[in-house]
Design a protein around this ligand. Structure first.
Ligand code: UN1
Length: 499
């Protein structure tokens, strides 16, 4: 069976109707290039109707007590557990992740549901002392309204869950526009969501809607004032377009865009551990995570030893069908990604780079390449750019402050890490003058964050924070409330206004 046929069979098992296959959005598995057909896309009228339905759903959902809203997310978590292997396999078949990473992504959905269930009994505000006698002030978090969620191909389901689980407990309906490269996993998730809704019983219709299609859907949602929040994950170019449109109507956007993540390796680093961390973060998901390691900034005294070990490890990396046991590197998402990989490598060489290992297309059906390590003389233009493919640029340093400066001297600011046994270096890296990224790690790679922390980054990464900690606040509106329980009407700041 082709990968596409496998994916179609899973969708049928999850209860997705065959009617979805009667459209013109082509689908394709990067594993073997196979297609199971083309999908129906949402028309502009359907997008309009979905937003209208979401507005109605909001009117009902915001009245449901938050812990009861949490019950829906608890059921969603149960349904996701039951469907975990099917959804994970869809991720493998459609996005090309190895089985363990597909399962990890499905687990990330389950984890955020658990988090959101607990959150549904918190959503805490503040009480504040009023300067006026017999008055009471408090700060409350209220539901915001329909949330438009635009997701990327590389985490085709977890990022929806980060947004949806929080939005739903916060009292907001969701309208989901998945990447046109991964609509099948979205259809699978939507079917699982509908199961949770059926078990919940009295959820309003259209609490989470799926709109399959191209960028014009994202554009319509970004422009629509009925969606107070647009949460978008993808390229910096896309994010800037969303930000402009949403800002034009003074809406809120939550952006999670490109990363150009680095690891600083110091002389005291445990190189054995560093090699393992580098391999997972630079090569895992075929270098197609926002958090993938792209720059290795290594002290000159250990550069030779470390690169020699890495080259050895890369030389035997199992690249191939991600369904097979032992394979660690699946395909790139499509032909355009292979072209991007090849162009970046030839630019790197033009800019003085030396390819130490990998960097070639694998002759096979599907879009496979061998992960590359490139030694660079300096942080040239190609290194400052995020290429969504497994290319690791190696730069060297002699002074720690210089290494941190180099790390921070790129337009993106998502994730970062240092490998060191020195408390001074570790704490300096985590200090106000250290890493400028949203995520900073010590002795672990830059990728594979847990859901409990806020996820996102600075500068061209977009500034948004999703997932754990208090990221939920982006999905609510803050209200300052003052209640007068006295029989007088004193004014603030001592103002007198007697009529
Ligand atoms: C992404 O690449 O868009 O930290 C998200 C990680 C994953 C999420 C990545 N938990 O690598």
């Amino acid at each position: 069976m082709t990968a596409a046929a496998d994916a179609k069979a899973i969708l049928t098992r999850l209860g997705v109707s065959d009617a979805v296959w009667t459209g013109d959005l082509p689908t394709r598995s990067p594993i073997d290039g196979s297609s199971a057909g083309s999908l129906v896309q949402a028309t502009p009228d359907q997008v309009e109707a979905a937003v209208a339905r979401s507005v109605e759903a909001f009117k009902a959902w915001r009245r449901v007590p938050a812990p009861r809203r949490g019950e829906l997310v608890r059921l969603l978590g149960e349904e996701l557990r039951a469907a975990k292997t099917d959804l994970a396999m869809l991720v493998t078949l459609e996005a090309g992740k190895i089985v363990s990473e597909g399962l990890g992504e499905a687990q990330e959905m389950i984890d955020i549901c658990d988090f959101a269930v607990g959150l549904s009994r918190q959503l805490y505000g503040l009480t504040l002392p009023s300067e006026r006698p017999g008055h009471h002030m408090r700060e409350t978090w209220q539901p915001l309204g329909p949330v438009a969620v635009v997701t990327a191909f590389n985490f085709p389901i977890a990022v929806w869950a980060w947004n949806a689980a929080l939005a739903l407990v916060c009292g907001d309906p969701v309208i989901w526009k998945p990447s046109e490269k991964t609509p099948l996993t979205a259809l699978g998730v939507q079917a699982v969501f509908e199961r949770a809704v059926a078990r919940f019983g009295d959820a309003p219709e259209g609490l989470s809607q799926l709109l399959i299609g191209g960028r014009e859907i994202g554009e319509a949602l970004s422009a629509d004032p009925r969606a107070p929040l647009v949460s978008a994950t993808g390229s910096t170019r896309m994010g800037k377009a969303v930000a402009r449109t949403v800002a034009g109507r003074l809406g809120r956007s939550l952006l999670e865009l490109g990363g150009n993540n680095a690891m600083i390796v110091t002389p005291s680093a445990d190189l054995e551990m560093a090699v393992r961390a580098i391999a997972f973060s630079a090569v895992g998901t075929a270098g197609q995570r926002c958090t993938s390691l792209r720059r290795l900034i290594v002290h000159e005294s250990v550069a030779e030893a470390l690169t020699a070990r890495l080259v050895k490890a890369y030389a035997t990396l199992p690249v191939g069908d991600p369904r097979k046991d032992g394979v660690l590197v699946g395909p790139l998402i499509d032909e355009a990604a292979v072209t991007g990989f090849e162009t970046a490598l030839s630019d790197a060489v033009t800019q003085g780079g030396q390819v130490l290992v990998g960097g070639t297309r694998v002759e096979a059906e599907g879009t496979y390449v061998t992960p590359a390590i490139v030694r660079m003389p300096a942080q040239t233009a190609v290194v400052e750019h995020e290429t969504f493919a497994p290319i690791l640029y190696v730069l060297t340093w002699s002074d720690f402050d210089q290494a941190v400066e180099l790390q921070n001297a790129v337009p993106q600011g998502l994730s970062s890490c240092v490998f060191t046994d020195s408390v001074r270096e570790a704490e300096a890296f985590l200090s106000a003058w250290g890493s400028d990224c949203g995520i900073a790690n010590v002795n672990i790679g830059p990728s594979g964050a847990e859901i409990g922390g806020a996820f996102g980054g600075e500068k061209e990464t977009g500034g948004g924070r999703e997932s754990g900690s208090d990221a939920w606040k982006a999905y609510m509106r803050r209200q300052t409330q003052t209640v007068n329980f006295s029989a007088d009407l004193p004014l603030a700041q001592g103002v007198k206004f007697d009529v």
